[in-house]
Design a protein around this ligand. Structure first.
Ligand code: AMP
Ligand code: MG
Length: 367
């Protein structure tokens, strides 16, 4: 039995007590729900991997209380001293300023940075990598638990490995019911997509290991032109992958998903119906309301439409993204057909990344 706990002060205390016993608990964050455990307790970290069936080569993000920033912002040297988690001397000098500018602006928030680690961080947490991924989440409930427990919490998304990330307490139950003692209910997540993960590429370059809720444009504007920000690599070059976001099939619905090469048009439908006659009806995942012609066409074929937004609002599309995939999985449609976001700028980059990986599993290919 997994208890769904309302956000009361009693329940917050109960959550902290569970974490102190080495248990794992699902907690809301502003990105998606995380499955949290004490980063310093190997038994708790093992429980996270077991509950998720996550392979041990996929490292965890460590979450920090907001007390590690001051009103002046974040200093990496102070952060290293106060947490004992980061090896400050191994951070390339030219990147200290840009990273501090980013953390000062976006912490607490949906930004994760991968920095050289100290021996204090368990190898289990980083899958043996010499670096640790750190984030200061903004969600007030997550922050309350971090403050009250005094722990660093490892908290990957609270879903079974490879499946759709949860953006509500109900979605956590759908993924992990019976595998964890409790989920703290914080309602729907504000962003709906995971944090953006930034790593050090070389002494002058930061690289986006996973596109996420914070856009590449916001990052580049903050660091200025002197620091190069590299976009996410198109292919997976390294084994073990540096970020789960780099694993080919991920964030995937149970049903097959086909990703269209362009926005849905009436001309696509006969082609789809011909090539995938055995996979009907389709569920169409769209970024905006179809025009009346297309609408009539789709409904006529017995297909259904799932809107991420009525008017291509990408913030709204991101918020709705994972929940909509869940609804499509639960619906009567047999195949998911997704159109790409209208742009790959801003949040379009992360949305396209998730769609590509969701479609990788066993998705049919567009004829
Ligand atoms: P999730 O926990 O499901 O949000 O995924 C967390 C992501 O952080 C995974 O993609 C991890 O591979 C990535 N990550 C955690 N630690 C590191 C690290 N030391 N270096 C690179 N990526 C990391
Ligand atoms: Mg995940």
């Amino acid at each position: 039995m997994t208890k769904k706990l309302a956000a009361t002060s009693e329940n917050l205390q109960a959550v902290v007590a569970l974490l102190q016993q080495g248990e794992v608990v699902a907690l809301p964050t502003e990105t998606v729900y995380g499955l949290a455990g004490n980063s310093a307790n190997p038994a708790a970290v093992v429980r996270i991997f077991e509950a998720k069936e996550r392979p041990s080569f996929d490292p965890l993000i460590v979450h920090l209380a907001s007390k590690y920033r001051t009103s002046n912002g974040v200093s990496l040297k102070s952060l290293a001293e106060a947490t004992g988690l980061i090896d400050f001397n191994k951070i390339p000098i030219q990147l200290i300023g840009p990273i501090e500018a980013l953390l000062t602006k976006f912490w607490p928030g949906p930004l994760t940075v991968v920095l050289p680690k100290t021996d204090r961080v368990l190898d289990l947490v980083t899958s043996g990598l010499p670096s640790v991924a750190l984030r200061m989440p903004a969600h007030p409930l997550m922050q309350s638990v971090l403050q009250a427990s005094g722990m660093f919490l490892s908290a990957p998304s609270a879903n079974r490995f490879g499946s759709i990330s949860p953006t509500s307490a109900e979605a956590v139950l759908a993924e992990l019911h019976g595998r964890i003692p409790a989920v703290l209910d914080g309602g729907n997540c504000e962003h709906g997509l995971e944090s953006t993960i930034l790593g050090i590429m070389n002494p002058t370059t930061l690289t986006i290991l996973r596109p996420g809720s914070l856009t590449q444009e916001e990052i580049q504007t903050t660091t200025g032109p002197r620091c190069k920000i590299e976009g996410p690599a198109e292919t997976i070059a390294s084994i073990p992958p540096q970020a789960a976001g780099q694993i080919d099939s991920h964030y995937a619905p149970r049903k097959g998903m086909l990703l269209l090469p362009e926005s849905m048009k009436p001309a696509h439908l006969p082609l789809l119906e011909k090539h995938f006659a055995d996979a009907k009806p389709f569920g169409f995942l769209l970024f905006q309301k179809p025009d009346p012609d297309l609408n009539k066409f789709l409904h006529h074929g017995g297909h259904s439409i799932f809107l991420l937004s009525t008017n291509s609002n990408l913030r709204e599309a991101a918020q709705n993204f994972y929940q909509t995939l869940r609804s499509m999985d639960a619906s009567r449609c047999r195949t998911l057909v997704a159109e790409p976001p209208p742009t790959q700028e801003g949040l379009g980059l992360a949305l396209m990344d998730r769609l590509k990986r969701a479609a990788k599993k066993k998705g049919p290919k567009f004829p």
